[in-house]
Write a protein that binds this ligand. Structure first.
Ligand code: ATP
Ligand code: BTN
Length: 263
């Protein structure tokens, strides 16, 4: 198994596609949260920056939830990237990021699926999460794109999380520099395109990886049932299309949660 300590910014850069060659790479053993770190200084960064941590002591997920990890069991990184904006164009960004991660894993021989809005699933269980935080600056919008991928899932960690989650041990065997380079290369390509076009050109690719296409699902807000229907993919803004008794409804991601109807 490869470890966080095997990572080297030179080895990652050497294996990156040209579109990712300009990304500065920072590697730290431990920090509170790579998202918090980059968010605090993104508007002063010289350019796109990738920060990878071996362990986080205050990892954060969507809606203020914690992201839990164990050293070497997870790949955790944040990528700060400046977009032309405006802010409202960024709604589809977490979906584009999830698609880029899922496509990378698929290309590496590990097919995974997407759960709207921004989780990666394997065998129906969460194996990676994405947290995008933004900050307006005079010359555009900085997005800090945080990704946590469970490479291994020790029993103790799963118990701490309190629910059944997934991991990709096959990727833990892979050269970790090559894995990061593959993820960063595809992400950089997708982000550059997203900046020019928004989410619209990615709709078919995203829907092709959609875990719950055609299934009965429900939308919860803080545990309260908001809507129920058949998941019919995403639209050009990244909204989930729900086939309901009253016709097609478009759900904005916000802080709502998606579940299978029978859960
Ligand atoms: N390493 C981890 N892997 C998977 N989930 C984790 C991990 N650490 C913490 N969690 C938390 O476990 C919970 C499971 O997430 P899940 O996506 O299934 O439901 P959720 O919290 O409603 O998310 P969402 O609103 O994105 O659907 C989340 O609160 C997530 O932050
Ligand atoms: O599923 C979620 O709710 C999103 C989880 C995002 C976790 C990653 S780990 C790297 C980065 N730093 C953080 O504090 N969070 C993200």
């Amino acid at each position: 198994m490869t470890k966080h300590s095997d990572l080297s910014s030179a080895a990652i850069a050497a294996q990156c596609a040209t579109g990712a060659a300009h990304v500065a790479i920072e590697i730290v053993d431990e920090t509170g949260s790579t998202n918090a770190d980059l968010l605090a200084r993104c508007t002063t960064l010289a350019g796109p920056t990738l920060r990878i941590a071996g362990q986080q002591t205050a990892g954060r997920g969507r809606a203020g939830r914690p992201w839990l990890s164990q050293a070497d069991a997870s790949l955790m990184f944040s990528l700060a990237w400046r977009f032309k904006g405006p802010l409202q164009h960024m709604v589809g960004l977490p979906l584009a990021v999830g698609m880029a991660l899922a496509e990378t894993m698929g290309a590496l021989g590990m097919p995974v699926q997407l759960k709207w809005p921004n989780d990666l699933l394997r065998d129906g269980k969460k194996l990676a999460g994405i947290l995008v935080e933004t900050q307006q600056s005079p010359d555009g919008v900085w997005a800090v794109i945080g990704c946590g991928i469970n490479l291994l899932m020790p029993d103790a960690l799963e118990q701490q999380i309190g629910r059944s989650v997934s991991a990709v041990p096959w990727l833990a065997q892979m050269d970790r520099n090559a894995l990061v380079a593959a993820l960063l290369s595809r992400l950089a390509g997708v982000l550059a395109e997203f900046d020019d076009t928004g989410f619209a050109p990615f709709v078919e690719r995203w829907n092709g990886l959609h875990a719950w296409q055609g299934q009965q699902v429900k939308i919860l807000d803080n545990g309260q049932l908001l809507q129920q229907g058949i998941a019919a993919g995403v639209d050009q803004l990244g909204r989930l299309q729900l086939r309901t008794d009253n016709g097609l409804a478009a759900v904005m991601s916000g802080d709502v949660s998606l579940r299978l109807a029978q859960e």
